[in-house]
Ligand binder design. Structure first.
Ligand SMILES: [Zn+2]
Length: 219
């Protein structure tokens, strides 16, 4: 005959295994019920539940934001580094020019054409970086005001005279550009604006950007 498994309780009562399982479930259920009944009333319990749900949503939201920041950090870390406001008229740390991949050059800052400064053009070409165009005169919100083809062509010609090739990319000063200017630029070059700035580390000669060069280094 098969011997049934059994054990003794503290009071020396003998129970079989299925009986003990039943007893444990009953005890757990009773404990839960006691806990629930220990709340002063149903309202207290509901308030606690609402608080718990709120905390869970908040933690989920913060986790999502943290995840976005980490993804953005990684994209910026591995993307090409850029520098804006490159001009012989604006002081620029040589170490800064060396560590970036793309230089955004202003063709005629302070009304002085870069094409007239041949040694500077050679020096910049010698860095062996990608070169792009950054406005024409780089006045405040220069391309928020509608410009014509002639205006844009002046910058393109100066750029070509300095570096010997046609610029493929254009970034408007302060990243501001009107609808008509967008159309005009896109007929001739690729346009880099806000999205480009978000997904790349962008330094500024003279450290004049919205975010300091130190901050850009860090993030
Ligand atoms: Zn600029």
């Amino acid at each position: 005959m098969r011997k049934q498994l059994s054990f003794k309780t503290q009071e020396n009562q003998r129970f079989s295994v299925p009986q003990k399982a039943l007893l444990l479930r009953k005890e757990t259920w009773e404990r839960r019920m006691r806990k629930q009944l220990s709340f002063k009333n149903k309202e207290t319990w509901e308030r606690k539940m609402k608080k718990r749900i709120f905390v869970r949503i908040l933690v989920g939201f913060l986790f999502f934001i943290l995840l976005l920041i980490i993804v953005l950090f990684l994209i910026r870390f591995f993307s090409e580094k850029q520098i804006d406001d490159v001009s012989p008229e604006i002081p620029c740390e040589p170490s800064l020019l060396k560590k970036v991949d793309v230089l955004y050059v202003i063709p005629k800052f302070n009304d002085k054409s870069i094409a007239e400064n041949k040694s500077w053009c050679e020096q910049i070409k010698g860095l062996d970086k990608k070169l792009a165009m950054h406005g024409v005169y780089h006045t405040y919100n220069e391309f928020l005001e509608d410009r014509n083809e002639e205006y844009l062509n002046e910058g393109i010609t100066i750029f070509e005279q300095c570096f010997g090739f046609y610029p493929e990319k254009f970034k408007p000063p302060q990243l501001e550009i009107s609808k008509n200017n967008k159309k005009l630029i896109k007929q001739k070059m690729n346009l880099d604006a806000l999205f480009n700035q978000i997904f790349h580390k962008v330094y500024h000669c003279n450290d004049s950007g919205g975010a300091s060069n130190n901050l850009v280094d860090w993030f």
